[in-house]
Design a protein. Sequence first.
Length: 228
Amino acid sequence: MDKLEKLLHERFGIVFADKAILETAFTHTSYANEHRALNISHNERLEFLGDAALQLTISGYLYRKYPEMPEGDMSKLRSMIVREESLAGFSRQCGFDQHIKLGRGEEKTGGRNRPAILGDLFEAFLGALLLDKGVAAVEAFLNQVMIPQVEVGNYDRVKDYKTTLQELLQVNGDITINYQVVNEVGPAHDKTFEVIVFADGKKLSQGKGKSKKLAEQDAAKNALEYLQ
């Protein structure tokens, strides 16, 4: 943990008063389960807290930054900013992936690179920071790490193809849209998902992605290209 504390101090000016809560934030369930005799805490509860802090901070930022933006558009933009792949990227950017404690099995199967684990880690860190330093510290950290990416428009360019497809198909009435995973290829730590999108039971298109959500977006994108 010494290296992690040094990283946080040198890069972000953060010094935790409660070292134990910082260690908990970086402890995955797989590590805690392999060391049950030590009664080690894992980061799932902190993840819950950090998610709430993240949603609140980003929502407040978008509300102030875009006074004319409708609620629906703010919701879409927020979902792009806080989605799993984005949070995993921020974990890597901050160097957090090098310090999480994983069980041996999770480590061997590539858990240190798994977006779900890294995204949860980022939220758990925010939860620990909230408890140790308060809301202002969380906002300052996010202003340093996340907000600059929003400011340069990185998320404005991300298309929500699923919503666009839904709006197109339902312009004349309700249509049932379903996404079905039809295949998973590759090892557990590096899977590619294949998804088919159906409209009222009729196959429209197929897509691929490194997560189910990305595969669904790709399928929707391909369906839009087919329909238009």
